[in-house]
Ligand binder design. Structure first.
Ligand SMILES: CC(C)(COP(=O)(O)OP(=O)(O)OC[C@H]1O[C@@H](n2cnc3c(N)ncnc32)[C@H](O)[C@@H]1OP(=O)(O)O)[C@@H](O)C(=O)NCCC(=O)NCCS
Length: 396
């Protein structure tokens, strides 16, 4: 890669906002609704953004905003990265790497334990110590053929409510849900404002949002043409709320397909006489996670099984890895650097990928990316598994 000859990385300023906006719009081929930037800059304050400048122009940008992310049995402060773009004529000359180096050194200096992002492409962020920590499946269900099993819960309790009227309750339900769902983030007012602003560029040609409300869950959905419904967001705190909301969605006569994104452990297929009616169209990563402070992250979450091991973690990006003694008893971990010989070794990206329980350790072991004898590997897998799949709370 030929290094960029003329670019320099510097903190962003208010005066850069128009250029940053053009850079992001051009990189993603989209136009912001006039009301969007105000909310975006509120979530990702310009003081925390960096730009790369060349020839007096902004040619690269990365922004960051504080978040709180749920981890198994707890929550941690995190930093979320967004709006990452390098202008096409300046790509593959190290500008993203230069922006990230500067940014992550600052996160480390600030003592932030987790950094998170969502990735436009899967091949970019592993080299920076990020692992895919939450996944979802895009499914399609033709509601005309969705017959619920006789024993499937049918608790009712769902009402069709105008979105503005439902909003306060939706926000309360989301907050209860995110506290028990690994990967989900606290959702600031500006993030809610973006959801309900619902700009045309994010509708994919679809119509307005509608809402179903249950005391323990909600669904936000929209129509695409005459026959398709996109479930934009469905959050349920209980299996009963989940079943009731899906029954309401499946009761939408005059439509055929219901499209939704579900975590791997979603019960929907098992509520139906024919589980195959829930067709998986795609499966993909959502939240990517880099552990900035290994002892802080590993002691913040709860575990499902005991473990006593020594683990070596390699971080080629910032050299923030090391060898750690990890002792888990009754769900709580102690973790400290050690000079002992490691039993297990992995890249920081792999630790990020298994941290919320979304991937079994054996998958990375089989790929040669998590090394160790079979018994410590099995013990690691048992300890890191969690009974609720990780879910990205809101996209950023
Ligand atoms: C993705 C993007 C920011 C990369 O910027 P860049 O300045 O070209 O990246 P760099 O030259 O600093 O590359 C850094 C490393 O990432 C790799 N890389 C960059 N883009 C990549 C891609 N799309 N896929 C795989 N690897 C990629 C480079 O090969 C390089 O590897 P190395 O340092 O280990 O040798 C830029 O291509 C872009 O703006 N794309 C469109 C918008 C986008 O997708 N933004 C990301 C949003 S999550």
């Amino acid at each position: 890669m030929t290094p960029h000859p003329a670019a320099r990385v510097r903190p962003a300023e208010q005066a850069d906002l128009a250029a940053i906006r053009l850079l992001i719009e051009t990189a993603f081929g989209t136009r912001f609704d006039p009301a969007e930037p105000e909310h975006i800059w509120s979530l990702f304050p310009v003081e925390l953004a960096l730009v790369a400048e060349a020839g007096g122009r902004v040619v690269g940008h990365s922004q960051a905003g504080p978040m709180t992310v749920t981890v198994p049995g707890g929550e941690l402060p995190a930093i979320g990265i967004s709006g990452v773009a390098v202008a096409a004529p300046h790509r593959r000359r190290g500008l993203l790497r230069a922006l990230y180096l500067e940014q992550h050194r600052q996160f480390a200096a600030d003592g932030i334990p987790l950094a998170v992002l969502t990735a436009s492409e899967g091949g970019i962020y592993g080299r920076f110590g990020y692992g895919p920590a939450a996944r979802e499946n895009r499914i399609r269900l033709d509601r005309r053929f969705a017959r619920f099993l006789p024993a499937a819960p049918d608790p009712g309790g769902v009402y069709q409510v105008a979105v503005p009227e439902a909003e306060p309750e939706i926000r309360r339900i989301y907050d209860r849900w995110r506290r028990v769902t690994p990967g989900a983030q606290e959702r600031p007012d500006a993030a809610w404002a973006l959801r309900f602003l619902d700009p045309a560029r994010l509708r994919n040609g679809g119509g307005d949002l509608f809402a179903f409300l249950h005391p323990d869950g909600y669904a936000l959905y929209r129509h695409h043409g005459d026959q398709s419904i996109e479930v934009k967001e469905l959050r349920a705190l209980t299996p009963e709320a989940n079943a009731a909301l899906w029954r309401a969605l499946c009761g939408r006569d005059l439509s055929h397909d219901l499209d939704a994104a579900l975590p791997g452990d979603d019960p929907l297929p098992h509520l139906l006489e024919d589980p195959r009616q829930v067709r998986t169209i795609a499966g993909y990563d959502t939240l990517w996670l880099r552990i900035m402070d290994i002892p802080a992250a590993l002691t913040a979450r709860r575990y499902d099984a005991d473990l006593e091991t020594v683990v070596a973690v390699d971080d080629p990006f910032l050299d923030a890895g090391g060898t750690f003694a990890l002792r888990i008893r009754d769900g709580s971990a102690e973790c400290a650097p050690t000079a002992a010989e490691p039993e297990l070794s992995m890249g920081l990206d792999v630790l990020g990928a298994i941290y919320l329980g979304a991937h079994p350790a054996r998958a990375f072991a089989a790929a040669g990316r998590l090394r160790g004898a079979p018994e410590p590997l099995r013990a690691l897998e048992r300890a890191f598994a969690w009974p609720r799949d990780a879910v990205l709370g809101w996209g950023f």
